[in-house]
Design a protein around this ligand. Structure first.
Ligand code: BDR
Ligand code: CA
Length: 310
């Protein structure tokens, strides 16, 4: 299996990415680290512990990350994910403790001990990943690639120009894109195609195992925010699970190699990912920009993976 570390800010769609990652024999989840984003860092860490407690996977090491973005104050998405960051389902209290080291230290330790390069999957703001890259240059060669949910070639979802994860910590994202490590960007261009509909949620609910039950309840809540007609959605976009799906079923996706930069200073465009789709800058590509996906195949894959939980 391909070894991965999941750096996340659960968050409903982060939680579903975690549930799916644990259900893929093609992946080996070595560690879960948490970033501040959808909720405050104490809550995202607690949520990761509650999820792994519920899923009976206390064997996965967890560590909490940076309490705020590199150069900015934290912005949270409690309008999307609620007061706890995972409003909706009833989750148990954490039945195990996080590692007594930071997220960045746990990532570094995991990379150092791995006998092959590891894929970093980041589904929250990239603060921890940026700190890892800056603090441990000798470990860059142990990172196979960085697969992020973040950014957009087209429209933003937090400002007209910016997607939430990049908007929260643009300086961190800038460091990730400039790192020289291959980056895969699952941005809003593709994640807005990954819509889950009410009838799909029912397919998941009737599977009737604890993981599918939790997924359905997470989706029930996640739907609420996305029902606002301004988005023009039929369902809810499963942003973060696209990273896991891309890793195990790349044939469901279309992508393009592009140079991507992050706007850190613009008056209207802070946190925008500038995607050189037409190679206008002459800069070499630094990112695999995932542009399109097959929604029905994606949903079938999710249902099939969730059916394997007992
Ligand atoms: C991203 O922002 C968060 O609210 C989601 O978890 C996802 O990672 C979408 O813009
Ligand atoms: Ca997230």
């Amino acid at each position: 299996p391909r070894p991965i570390i999941l750096d996340c800010d659960p968050g409903h769609d982060d939680a579903i990415a975690l549930i799916l990652a644990l259900a893929c024999p093609a992946l080996e989840l070595l560690a879960v680290t948490t970033s501040a984003g959808n909720q405050t860092p104490d809550k995202t860490l607690r949520n990761a512990l509650r999820l792994l407690t519920y899923l009976d996977r206390r064997d996965i090491p967890v560590a909490g990350g940076a309490v705020k973005p590199l150069n900015r104050e934290l912005i949270i998405a409690d309008n999307v994910h609620g007061e706890s960051g995972l409003d909706g389902p009833q989750l148990p209290e954490p039945a195990f403790a996080p590692q007594a080291i930071t997220a960045v230290e746990l990532m570094a330790k995991t990379l150092r001990e791995a006998n092959q390069p590891v894929t970093l999957v980041a589904t929250g703001p990239q603060t921890n990943v940026a700190l890892l890259l800056a603090g441990y240059p000798e470990l860059h060669s142990k990172i196979e690639r960085i697969v992020i949910m973040g950014g957009a070639a087209a429209l933003g979802n937090w400002t007209p120009a910016a997607e939430f994860n990049i908007f929260v910590d643009p300086e961190a994202a800038d460091m990730v894109f400039k790192s020289g490590i291959p980056v895969v960007m699952c941005g809003l261009d593709v994640t807005h195609q990954a819509q889950i509909m009410e009838e799909d949620i029912e397919r998941i609910r009737v599977l009737g195992n604890p993981a599918s039950q939790l997924t359905a309840e997470l989706l029930d809540f996640f739907m609420i925010y996305h029902r606002d007609p301004k988005w023009g959605f039929e369902g809810a976009p499963l942003h973060d699970p696209c990273t896991i799906a891309w890793l195990v079923k790349p044939e469901m996706f279309t992508s393009r190699e592009c140079w991507v930069g992050v706007e850190t200073k613009g008056e209207y465009t802070q946190g925008m990912t500038v995607v050189d789709y037409y190679q206008l800058t002459g800069k070499p590509a630094n990112t695999t920009v995932v542009t399109d996906m097959q929604r029905e195949a994606f949903v079938d894959w999710m249902v099939e993976r969730l059916a394997h939980y007992s």
